[in-house]
Design a protein. Structure first.
Length: 402
């Protein structure tokens, strides 16, 4: 059974070429978007004879790209950006001519150029007259594309728009959506229960004041999302963050480190994997004033007391889940991270350097070095979303070794 939830937040580049089946691609865009994918449509010139770009723009909510050498388009999302942006390139319908051009390695229109420039998987859904499909040249081109790793969906047999009967009908949108979703179904953590903490905590001083930190929760949320994509059953315990809840997981909101610790203790029993991304305050005010503290003398002392170390507590349980901790360091990254691995007795530490522009707290990018008892791996700087997927893959591999 394919779960469409794998499509959540995936970037799908849909190429539409000039065949009568192009009208079905409108429904395809609708279904992909409904499943949570972000869709950008690229149309060939011939496709625009069958259906207007405006239809796809309205359905996808994104501009439609049609030309390779349009200075305006290239200044925004040009062919290279589109090729990089795509998590998967789907061409539906794919005409005999497009297949021939693709197989020949052409790059003289936008869609062919993207097919050349992308590293993303490609899935094509041919649609054409049955004789054109059976034609040896077409068959050779299809075989060549398949050899290059391009995936094929269909065509199906049946009555055709041209009045003939035979193979050449485009696969129905619902089935194509499932096939696209299947591409993202890693199943690495299928059915595994995962508990994740994320965001900062707020340690109250009085009813209106608190101590907190700069954590945005973005990395933790990206990891939660990646765990969902890997098939896990995810519970996300979040401090105060301004982030939308990813689909298909359970989110529990907390404020203070103590609240977070209590929720984690309640939830951890059945958990196979615990990932602590939260920036839990190490200390909280010893006393919380019942009323707002009024100003007084020039100096004031705030007495702090240590908060429970949630990660260390989980790792110290009699039969702990696989535990992953985070370490944000400004210096001696390796030394401190490896120290944490030992001190807290966790299975993996994901360490990142903070204070570098564009990465770390509140940034969209990050880079990590993963340390475990007898190994390490560097994950280069990239979007937190992409990084989270790589992290989940490594965690799944480490768990499978146990
Ligand atoms: N952590 C936790 N509970 C706490 C404190 C930290 O679960 N009360 C977890 C964090 O989620 C993170 C890791 O422990 O996974 C961070 O370790 P920690 O030693 O607290 O990091 P720093 O506070 O940055 O370390 P230090 O004070 O030693 O610089």
């Amino acid at each position: 059974m394919i779960s469409l939830r794998q499509l959540q937040n995936r970037n799908i580049l849909l190429g539409v070429t000039g065949g009568i089946a192009a009208y079905k691609s409108a429904e395809l865009v609708r279904q992909l978007c409904q499943a949570g994918a972000t869709v950008r449509v690229v149309m060939t010139e011939a496709a625009q004879q069958f259906i207007a770009p405006l239809t796809f723009q309205a359905l996808s909510g994104n501009p439609v790209s049609t030309t390779l050498l349009d200075p305006q388009a290239e200044a925004g999302m040009g062919h290279i950006e589109l090729a990089r942006w795509a998590d998967l390139v789907l061409v539906a319908p794919a005409t005999a001519d497009f297949i021939a051009r693709h197989a020949a390695g052409r790059a003289d229109d936008l869609l062919s150029a993207i097919c050349r420039a992308t590293a993303a998987p490609q899935l094509i859904a041919p649609a054409m007259n049955q004789q054109m499909w059976r034609n040896p040249a077409t068959q050779e081109n299809v075989a060549r594309l398949q050899q290059q790793g391009v995936m094929l969906s269909g065509p199906e047999s049946g009555s055709q728009a041209c009045g003939e009967v035979g193979p050449g009908r485009m696969v129905e949108p619902a089935q194509l959506v499932e096939q696209v979703a299947a591409q993202f179904q890693s199943g690495l953590l299928q059915g595994v229960r995962v508990l994740i903490t994320a965001g900062p905590t707020r340690e109250p001083i009085d009813p209106v004041r608190f101590l907190s930190n700069r954590s945005s929760g973005k990395m933790g949320f990206a990891i939660a999302q990646a765990a969902v994509e890997a098939g896990a059953e995810v519970t996300l315990v979040a401090g105060p963050v301004a982030l939308e809840t990813p689909d298909h997981l359970r989110r529990i909101d907390v404020e203070s480190g103590q609240e977070m610790a209590e929720v984690v203790v309640q939830e951890v029993a059945e958990t196979a994997l615990f990932i602590a991304t939260a920036a839990v305050a190490d200390y909280r005010p010893l006393e919380v004033a019942a009323e707002k503290i009024k100003k007084g003398s020039d100096e004031r002392v705030l007495r702090l007391i240590r908060n429970r170390d949630i990660l260390a507590e989980v790792a110290a349980r009699p039969s702990p889940p696989y535990t992953v901790g985070f370490a944000a360091e400004t210096e001696k990254l390796r030394e401190y991270a490896q120290q944490k691995l030992v001190d807290k007795k966790v299975d993996m530490i994901a360490a990142n350097r903070v204070g570098e522009a564009g990465t770390g707290f509140d940034a969209d990018d990050n880079a990590l070095i993963l340390f475990w008892a007898d190994g390490e791996r560097s994950l280069q700087r990239k979007s937190k979303r992409q990084l989270a997927r790589e992290l989940m893959a490594e965690i799944a591999q480490q768990i499978s070794k146990r």
